[in-house]
Design a protein around this ligand. Structure first.
Ligand SMILES: *[C@@H]1O[C@H](CO)[C@@H](O)[C@H](O)[C@H]1NC(C)=O
Ligand SMILES: *[C@@H]1O[C@H](CO)[C@@H](O)[C@H](O)[C@H]1NC(C)=O
Length: 293
């Protein structure tokens, strides 16, 4: 009697195991992914449902193609791509792409086969390229104080897709509204890039607001770089004076000469004074000298 019970108990779990394809009891989810050209991109995928699920194999193909370009099965069968790999962390079945290319952008079908059946999810990968650190300059190169017109430029290249450039003054006030952004898109052999050029225009610039900072943002409004413009200001409150530096130099030289001649004069006076003193002493000395002799 008891041995029959034991047998039933022993068979039951096997039976349940065999019956549970339980497709709806587990789930596979992959996050939409943003990769950066030249870097490693991870497509994060996670399982939900069972802890003891066993993965039998995975395949990956583009939605536009019939055949998977990546196939890994537990029984050893493989189709590989040198840049794509699986990252198996506990229940994670994330995909890793080394040296991400622009051509990796697109939609994929990711199939995971387990001992509880298979699931296919669609993966969407978009690719961005980071903007280079911005270059800046001003027009005019030297900005005269006193409410003159001036343009500040901030250019960033080699990014993708088109981003943004925002402007702030030393107090953090947002000046972006006064700026004008130009985007130039290039496509060289499938390597897409955008050059951004922002011009911040002042009809009359207040130099107490300097330094200004331009911030380069990617298409997702994440910061890629920034640059602070150290404005060159011309001392004269007027039209930029090309003679200002040389005349400053002459002033300095003149100053040095005046002080120098004063010192020389003083030294001369001191010498004359000492000579007189010595002469006076030698005039007095002969008598004593004679007495000594
Ligand atoms: C930025 O681009 C503008 C417009 O093309 C140009 O006038 C300016 O000289 C450029 N500045 C730098 C630092 O490249
Ligand atoms: C600055 O102004 C721009 C344009 O008006 C806006 O898009 C941006 O969000 C502002 N940035 C901050 C940090 O307030």
């Amino acid at each position: 009697m008891s041995s029959v019970m034991v047998m039933v108990l022993a068979i039951c779990p096997l039976f349940i195991h065999a019956v549970r394809p339980s497709g709806d009891l587990w789930d596979l989810k992959c996050l939409p992914t943003l990769g950066i050209v030249g870097q490693t991109t991870v497509v994060s995928c996670s399982f939900k449902g069972f802890d003891d699920i066993e993965i039998v194999g995975v395949t990956l193909r583009r939605v536009t193609e019939d055949k998977p370009f990546l196939e890994i099965w537990k029984n050893g069968k493989k189709t590989e791509d040198p840049r794509f790999s699986l990252e198996t962390k506990e229940m994670g079945l994330s995909l890793k792409i080394f040296d991400t290319h622009f051509s990796d952008e697109g939609k994929y079908l990711y199939h995971v086969e387990t001992d509880r059946g298979g699931k296919t999810v669609q993966i969407s990968i978009s690719i961005t390229a980071k903007y280079q650190n911005p270059n800046t300059n001003t027009w005019p190169e030297e900005i005269p104080d006193g409410g003159r017109a001036a343009n500040l430029y901030c250019n960033a290249s080699d990014g993708y897709p088109a981003g943004f450039i925002h402007w702030f003054d030393r107090a953090g006030t947002n000046w972006t509204k006064n700026s004008d952004l130009t985007k130039t898109t290039k496509d060289i052999n499938g390597f897409k890039s955008v050059a951004l050029s922002s011009k911040l225009t002042f009809k009359s610039i207040d130099l107490s607001l300097a330094p200004f900072t331009c911030v380069v943002l990617n298409s997702k409004y994440e910061q890629d770089g920034e640059s602070t413009l150290l404005l060159k200001t011309s001392k004269h409150d007027g039209v930029s004076d090309p003679d200002s530096l040389p005349s400053n130099a002459t002033n300095i030289i003149a100053g040095v000469m005046v002080i120098g001649s004063l010192i020389v004069g003083l030294l001369l006076a001191l010498l004359v004074f000492r000579k007189r003193n010595v002469q006076r002493k030698t005039n007095e000395n002969p008598e004593t000298g004679n007495m000594m002799d």
